[in-house]
Ligand binder design. Structure first.
Ligand SMILES: *[C@@H]1O[C@H](CO)[C@@H](O)[C@H](O)[C@H]1NC(C)=O
Ligand SMILES: *[C@@H]1O[C@H](CO)[C@@H](O)[C@H](O)[C@H]1NC(C)=O
Ligand SMILES: *[C@@H]1O[C@H](CO)[C@@H](O)[C@H](O)[C@H]1NC(C)=O
Ligand SMILES: *[C@@H]1O[C@H](CO)[C@@H](O)[C@H](O)[C@H]1NC(C)=O
Ligand SMILES: *[C@@H]1O[C@H](CO)[C@@H](O)[C@H](O)[C@H]1NC(C)=O
Length: 431
């Protein structure tokens, strides 16, 4: 645990504080489509200033995943629904970022995409403890703070009404955020969204609050989807570039226009206790042509316990509950047929010789998604080590959730069609 904390702090120290995107990357976003950058992309100001070694970057991503999984587990374990900002707990894994323009005249800020969060927040001028580009609310003629009487104030957890402003605090681990509930015009690509409600961060403490703002793509009230019903009709899709090709950007396409027509769908399931998460029905897993023997309880959706399977943009490596992971891993090892298996951090199936890996197919209700090797294996730069890039869910806390993570989503288009309650997946090379 201490080792993890040290690694995580080191990672934060290494984050450079250059503001905005690299100027070479400043091509403008068109229509309702935003470019999506990996946080380690040469375009990103949040990339480590010294490249991490392969092992270190894997360990770092695993550490961040561990924190995120605890956060997701805490969400599904909760008894009641708090609509904004995921209750008093927050975590953003800043894996993929987009640009947004806020205020009049517009100021450009970078926001992390997070499909399991409803909130939007940005670090604001005067913020104590924020390290990155700040939104200067005083320079915007359209900015206003929401008062305590505003209906939105009833949707934030533990609002305080010291002044007239509606303020609220969120905590995560040893960190906390204090923010004012605010409204301003937010422009995504070329779409202006007047009177958008978000948290203007005034103070952060602790070091686990990442420096960029947050664009929550969950589907609870006060989320982007809820606030842009008329414009985007709760429909969006994204294609995440592989972190092997950091020079590529992917895209976030908002609204029903220009979405793919030829795409396979699986129904979205609703968990009333955690309405923002995108649950699906994972029925089985195939390794090569073998359907692995997983006890049905490991995959079953249960709104009461929060058990089931979600798609999440903020977790890097897919986690399956232990019986599902073990069965998948054992079949994978059987097919690879290399007797010497090593481990790396949380990955328990690594090889130091070249391997021929079987495909892995997630069999969802109505949709099989067969992952090619690029979505399953992680290779060291030198090519000497290869790992199966999935792991068992942490068994400490409420381990009931299977999370289909972003490494397994890369170079696919994911279409979130909330009005028709379905999620589409199609192979696509994101460039
Ligand atoms: C945020 O709220 C606090 C407390 O009400 C107030 O002192 C501060 O000026 C507000 N900040 C902004 C930018 O409105
Ligand atoms: C929120 O945080 C601020 C600043 O850290 C603090 O003054 C205030 O008492 C906190 N409010 C609550 C409800 O915890
Ligand atoms: C990515 O871009 C940088 C400069 O922007 C260049 O130096 C580097 O060679 C590129 N890498 C790849 C893999 O294309
Ligand atoms: C899964 O496999 C690990 C060994 O890698 C073992 O320790 C654990 O008990 C297994 N869990 C289940 C539920 O099979
Ligand atoms: C998924 O693959 C299995 C065979 O492994 C097949 O029986 C099933 O019909 C497929 N499902 C869909 C929706 O194509």
């Amino acid at each position: 645990m201490a080792m993890r904390t040290i690694l995580f702090s080191l990672a934060l120290l290494c984050i450079s504080l250059v503001h905005g995107l690299n100027p070479k990357c400043e091509t403008s976003d068109q229509g309702s489509t935003l470019q999506v950058f990996h946080v380690y992309s040469p375009c990103s100001p949040f990339r480590p200033s010294k490249p991490l070694s392969w092992e270190d970057s894997i360990l770092q991503m695993q550490t961040e995943d561990q924190t995120r999984l605890q956060y997701l587990a805490s969400l599904v374990a909760r008894r009641s629904v708090v609509p904004i900002a995921s209750g008093r707990q927050i975590i953003q894994s800043p894996t993929y970022i987009v640009r947004a323009k806020i205020g009049t005249p517009p100021q450009t800020l970078l926001l992390a995409m997070d499909t399991s969060n409803d909130a939007a927040w940005v670090p604001c001028t005067g913020c104590e403890g924020c390290s990155s580009t700040l939104f200067a609310s005083a320079k915007s003629t359209t900015y206003k703070t929401l008062g305590c009487g505003a209906p939105q104030c009833k949707q934030v957890p533990n609002p305080t009404c010291g002044g007239s402003a509606c303020s609220f605090n969120l905590t995560y681990g040893g960190s906390s955020i204090a923010a004012n509930l605010s409204q301003d015009t937010v422009t995504l690509a070329t779409d202006p969204i007047p009177g958008y409600t978000f948290g203007c961060i005034q103070k952060t403490t602790g070091n686990s609050v990442p420096p960029q703002g947050l664009l929550g793509l969950g589907r609870g009230s006060l989320s982007l989807l809820s606030q842009t019903q008329n414009l985007y009709q709760s429909t969006f899709s994204y294609c995440l570039p592989s972190f092997k090709s950091l020079n590529f950007s992917g895209s976030l396409r908002l609204g029903p226009v220009a979405q793919p027509k030829r795409i396979k769908y699986t129904p979205l399931l609703r968990n009333p206790r955690r309405s923002s998460l995108y649950y699906v029905n994972l029925q089985a897993i195939r390794v090569g042509r073998t359907i692995v023997n997983i006890p049905p309880s490991a995959l079953a959706f249960n709104p009461t316990t929060g058990a089931g399977t979600i798609f999440d943009s903020g977790t890097v490596f897919t986690r399956l509950v232990a019986p599902a992971y073990n069965a998948t891993r054992d079949e994978f090892r059987r097919r690879v047929k290399v007797p010497t298996v090593t481990s790396l951090g949380g990955f328990d199936t690594c090889y130091n010789v070249p391997i021929v890996a079987p495909t892995i197919t997630f069999m969802f209700a109505g949709m099989n998604v067969t992952l090619p090797p690029d979505n399953i294996l992680i290779h060291s730069t030198a090519g000497s080590t290869t790992c199966l890039a999935m792991a068992a869910a942490p068994d400490n806390v409420n381990s009931v959730l299977n999370v289909i993570a972003n490494m397994q989503q890369q170079n696919h288009r994911l279409l979130f069609d909330v009005p028709n309650s379905r999620l589409g997946v199609a192979r696509e090379l994101c460039t």
